[in-house]
Design a protein around this ligand. Sequence first.
Ligand code: ARG
Length: 575
Amino acid sequence: MDKSLIPEEAVKGLIIETLKARNIDIEDLEIEKLLTIAPEGKGDYAFPCFKLASIVKKKPVDIAKDLEKEILELRKKWPIIRNIKAENAYLNFFIDWDKVFRSVLLKEKNLPLPNLGDGKKILVEYSSPNANKPMHLGHLRNNALGESVSRLLESIGYKVVRTNLLNDRGLSVFQALLAYMLYGNDTTPETTGEKPDHFVGRFYVLYKEKEKEQPELEEEARKLLKRWENNDPQVRKLWERFVGWALQGFMETYEELGIRFDRIDYESQIYDKGKEIVRRAVEKGIFQKGEEGEIIAPLEKHALPNKVVLRSDETSLYITQDIYLAIKRYNEEKFYKLIYVVASEQDLHFKQLFTILNLLGHEWAQRLEHLSYGLVLLEGGKMKSREGRVVDADDIIQEMIDLALREINKRNPELGEKEKLERARKIGIGALNFYLLKFDPRKDFLYKPEEGISFEGETGPYLQYTYARLRSIIRKSGIDPLRIKINGSLGGEEEKIVKNLWLLRKTIIDSALRNDPSILAHELIHLAQLINNYYHSTPILKSREKEKRLLLIYIASNILAMAMKLLVMETLEEM
Ligand code: ARG
């Protein structure tokens, strides 16, 4: 793509050229970072001259005024810049959005995104459930965030490896397994007809119940874990089957959500392997022996509490595993970045982990990130799976699909059953993902299913509805947008839409680089409102400018679909 046709690039290029003509040193001037969106009515991009003023030792107002004339002269080489005006300490740039529409959007039939990643590899670890029970509401937020961030990063040129860590050997797994051995009577998910991870989870709940009357069961479960660690073939075989059911169930849920992993790490294969690293770090004096023989990573200098990394009986801890796993992943993948999508309850853990990996001398440890997210609350308090409330991920997905189906039955009772179900699935899951993504990831929020499914307001269905409306206008016209030859230029309202479509580009970049899909979710609603207003207030099919308007609608629908996909939503042609 010709850079002079990209508005931000053109503005930047023009500024650089002007300053060079004046022999002004621009080395330290980070034009891109300084450039902002101009306030309504004052152009499109604004360049603040404060920093420049300090370089040339003039007043910002004066330098802005000073440059205005020259910059207007040079403008001719940059056809998509319509005008430049100095206002106070700012240079305001007016973009020819009609030209952007014709020369860029129409050519690409979509919004071209910059290749910032240049193929650099990013591992995104997300989901990472424990294998003793089904996923819950918190995992749905995690899955939505992990998948959306993966798609966002891919959209700007990174190569993403979607990674899942299956915690398949914690004590809780053996508690569930013990209950199965004692009370399972050789049943299987096939014989009972349960979803396999729910089958597993039922035995975990059963264990918790039984343990209340028979506290000695806890010791039994520990013994089972020990036998597993000692490679007892009988236990291993049973465990493998049992954990396999959990994983199989998770996979079904992922499939329903449209998620696929490129890499799965298993705790059972790595849990014991961090010890060597710890020992060597002790020899090098990086870690220290504690009073009881435990090994400690001294972190006080880094304003963190010290961390035990190996118990005195030499058993490894959660952090020991994570130290090993990060190194293993780096050795195998040579990633540029690794992002852990894990709840904020583990903030301290990840701060300590990253600091420890830095202490161990791993240069890449500086490019580890924790995408920390808040709780999803239910009415009446923190979600807890043991209280038996509806927080099960599969139930929640089903509830959203049912709510969508109810809406469809109201609106389109005449549709066939299959079509209804298909739409309900797209709307239900799209609504769920959008709802889980629209809140600032770091914040807790209260989950209200009916709020997410509404066709109005800041919801996924509202976006899907806007898209479907645009498509239906195109269908009704009977014209193939790809065959339209555009004549005449866009009007003011239309240019405004093009501008807002274009600005979505920066929004996508920001969302990706800040691991925050809520930025995009928010802007997308704003954009949909704008487009909705447009086709409500502007005649399209009956207008003499029908073809131009159809093209705009067509491009807008493509961009909407692209952006919705980044938020893990599918589109519907009719709604
Ligand atoms: N399974 C863990 C949990 O549910 C999360 C694992 C997070 N990933 C990691 N590498 N520590 O709490």
